[in-house]
Design a protein around this ligand. Sequence first.
Ligand SMILES: Cc1cc2nc3c(=O)[nH]c(=O)nc-3n(C[C@H](O)[C@H](O)[C@H](O)COP(=O)(O)O)c2cc1C
Length: 307
Amino acid sequence: MEAPRFFRSEAILLPVPRIVHKPGCIIFADTNAARTSTGHQNIPTGKFIFTYLFYMHMDQVLDFLNQRRTIRKYSDRPIDASLMNRLLEVACRASNTGNMQAYSVVVTTDPHIKAALAPAHFNQPMVTQAAAVLTWCADFNRFSHWCEQRQADACYDNFQSFMATTIDTLLAAQTFAVAAESEGLGICYLGTTTYNAGEIVDTLHLPRLVVPITTITVGWPAEVPDQPDRLPLDAIVHRETYTDFTPEAIDRLYAEKESLEENKQFVRENQKETLAQVFTDVRYPRRNNEPFSDKFIAVLKRQGFLK
Ligand SMILES: Cc1cc2nc3c(=O)[nH]c(=O)nc-3n(C[C@H](O)[C@H](O)[C@H](O)COP(=O)(O)O)c2cc1C
């Protein structure tokens, strides 16, 4: 058995119940049993439970992150309110600019409000099927109120502040997504949020300095879809400085994606010559990108982030 890759070299006293309910974690009744079963003779007396569970948990985290996939079909089972609150608490632990927590999330479970949101998401079925629809918002409204009530100049009605709050919003949303998936829930992001942000502002009554950035539908999975492909790491990672792509590198990096039968099928179904054309002509075409850009800029003006 390989040497343990401890998350930290010492045991850390965490509340056990937060860890032990994870599938795959083992608690040993005493230190000797832990040493015998794991083969690690150096487990310190009285601390093994915490240390070993961290070790187990780290491996599980990487496996689980590597196995995840978007879930678009959900069962009718609701999400327990206390679980939802725990996930939201964890989301709020994400790094954020200056610890201002300049973001908010609207949790929608009411079928009528979900139905009202659906058209803004081009009626993607997840919106009405999922137990909850979470609209994550860039939000300098609350923080500005606080500043104004404390004789401070709330100077966040500008594009720089919009970028900061948008980054923070996405970090919190992604932390929620990972936390939800770790509890066995399924999630799907909805990019339609920025296409029809104005309609969402109206439906959710979002005030000035609040702009919807992304939506996550969440529920108990009713499907296990195949995991989609990913580009090789070389396509994403540049060592030390950026190396731009030669035509040969592009051919090499996209070869596997282009060779997949489902992607070839995609090209045939859309009567295109290349997979890239499916993206440019069908999925994300200029005829959509440009008007939806104008629409979103108008929302930023209306909500006070742009002059
Ligand atoms: C910002 C963002 C917007 C997305 N929008 C949609 C969407 O509107 N509808 C949808 O079905 N999936 C949407 N997705 C999910 C992606 O299609 C999915 O993450 C991608 O195909 C990779 O699949 P995987 O998450 O299963 O690895 C979105 C994902 C992100 C991050």
